[in-house]
Design a protein around this ligand. Structure first.
Ligand SMILES: [Zn+2]
Ligand SMILES: [Zn+2]
Ligand SMILES: [Zn+2]
Length: 134
């Protein structure tokens, strides 16, 4: 919790509970999985509440949203406040951080005069060492 820094102090109630859920396992979670875990502590919690809190945590830079091949969103707690991307294991859900951003190259291509870029997403999928070995 302390590692989450200043932003972590502003966490209360359900938001803090979500962070604790994400903290418990080093992998990415679907909103549904978070909802199930959260209901153990807050039985009346709705899917909406989970989404709202996840998007807040995302804005705070504590949680990363990843979209996998199936189109579903996964969420992961990220300590690094620096902009980065992920390698995502399709087997176990483990993620590795990529400290570089391909956007830096793209923005150097002069496309910004033809297209106003407001955001980007970049994820690399595959299998980690543990999942690729038989
Ligand atoms: Zn991250
Ligand atoms: Zn794996
Ligand atoms: Zn980037």
């Amino acid at each position: 919790m302390q590692e989450l820094g200043a932003a972590g102090h502003k966490l209360t109630g359900k938001r803090r509970a979500i962070v604790e859920i994400l903290l418990a396992e080093e992998r990415h979670w679907t909103a549904k999985e978070i909802l199930v875990k959260l209901r153990a502590r807050f039985p009346a919690v709705s899917f909406d509440t989970v989404y709202r809190n996840l998007s807040l945590l995302k804005q705070m830079g504590l949680v990363h949203e990843m979209v996998l091949g199936d189109g579903g969103s996964r969420y992961k707690l990220c300590y690094s406040q620096d902009h980065h991307h992920h390698l995502v294991c399709l087997g176990c859900g483990q993620t590795l951080e990529i400290p570089v951003c391909p956007m830096q190259q793209i923005s150097g291509m002069g496309l910004s005069c033809k297209f106003k870029i407001t955001g980007h997403r970049f994820e690399v999928y595959g299998y980690c060492e543990g999942c690729s070995s038989p």
